[in-house]
Design a protein around this ligand. Structure first.
Ligand code: 13P
Ligand code: SF4
Length: 302
């Protein structure tokens, strides 16, 4: 039996919902019930009626789904699917930083561990970071973590001076530099350029970027654009969906090397085994989950 069929059979047997991030392998995206960005997938996890959620993404996404759905079984097919950005701050480092800024609001990007979320006042994703920070009292100091490029973009978009940034970054996006953009622009003079706010080139002040968008923002852009050619500055997994959305347009990666090894850990065989053998079940200790839930509820509501 072809593996896709076997996965569909197991999915039905287990009553599992398969959620996949926009950066997953094309064949994984194609078999998923829902494909999207972190915010969309968190909302889909909350709406799910199935008792089992299989997360084809990275660990912090599966942990988030578990915190939002404590009664469900959440499966991550490969435990090597971590996130270098999430690993750039520990809970101890956050506690020390908070002690240096008493009274500051802590806004954590969803790309963080559950215990860092538990020490946070708000979570956000790239889709709603500007909205979450913009909604805080103007006089309140903000500690934004862990991505400094996303944080700098939020600082510019909100015009806030009292926002402190953690010096973390995503190695996949940080290596996309303004020089790469300038070179690509010279090679494709008519192309539009869209970039994820985690990019090292992602400052809104740079004249080389037409739009800064979350991954779901990029999907909506693909649906609507009339530009014949677009350079896409993010992880290349997203091109699969963009091209399907709009086969008449050309979507090119800013760099073929923008590949997240963590997002590519999961393949169809991992998914099959995950459903067949109930592995790997993601658990979050109850005390951490209940404190992290407050910050995540605010993210989902924003
Ligand atoms: P999105 O929330 O835009 O999908 O981004 C998640 C991520 O890991 C980006 O590197
Ligand atoms: Fe983490 Fe970067 Fe991979 Fe996103 S692309 S999962 S931020 S390492």
């Amino acid at each position: 039996m072809p593996i896709e069929e076997e996965i569909r059979r197991l999915k039905e047997e287990r009553r599992a919902l398969l959620l996949a991030h926009n950066y997953q392998r094309p064949e994984v995206q194609d078999i998923a019930d829902f494909v999207g960005d972190s915010l969309y997938l968190s909302r889909k996890a909350m709406e799910a009626t199935e008792p089992v959620l299989l997360f084809a993404g990275v660990r912090f996404m599966a942990e988030t789904a578990k915190i939002l759905n404590p009664e469900k079984t959440v499966l991550l097919p490969d435990l090597k699917a971590g996130c270098a950005l999430a690993d750039s701050i520990t809970v101890e480092q956050l506690r020390t930083w908070k002690a240096e800024h008493p009274g500051a609001a802590v806004v954590s990007y969803i790309n963080t561990s559950a215990d860092v979320k538990a020490e946070s006042d708000y979570c956000c994703t790239s889709s709603n970071a500007v909205k979450v920070v913009g909604g805080l009292p103007p006089e309140q100091e903000v500690l934004f973590l862990p991505d400094m490029f996303l944080g700098e973009w939020v600082r510019q978009r909100t015009g806030r001076k009292n926002i402190h940034l953690w010096a973390g970054d995503c190695p996949v996006h940080a290596k996309l530099r303004p020089e790469d953009l300038q070179k690509a622009r010279a090679e494709h003079p008519g192309a539009e350029v869209i970039a994820h706010p985690e990019c090292g080139c992602g400052s809104a002040t740079l004249p080389h970027v037409d739009r800064i968008l979350s991954t779901d923002g990029m999907i909506r852009y693909a649906e609507e654009t009339r530009a014949p050619e677009t350079l896409v500055a993010t992880e290349i997994g997203i091109l699969h969906r963009m091209r399907r959305m709009n086969p008449g347009a050309r979507f090119l990666p800013l760099s073929e090397g923008a590949v997240c090894p963590f997002m590519k850990e999961i393949d169809l065989e991992d998914i099959r085994r995950s459903l067949a053998e109930n592995r790997y079940v993601i658990e979050v200790p109850a005390d951490i989950a209940s404190r992290a839930r407050r910050a995540l509820d605010r993210m989902v509501a924003a």
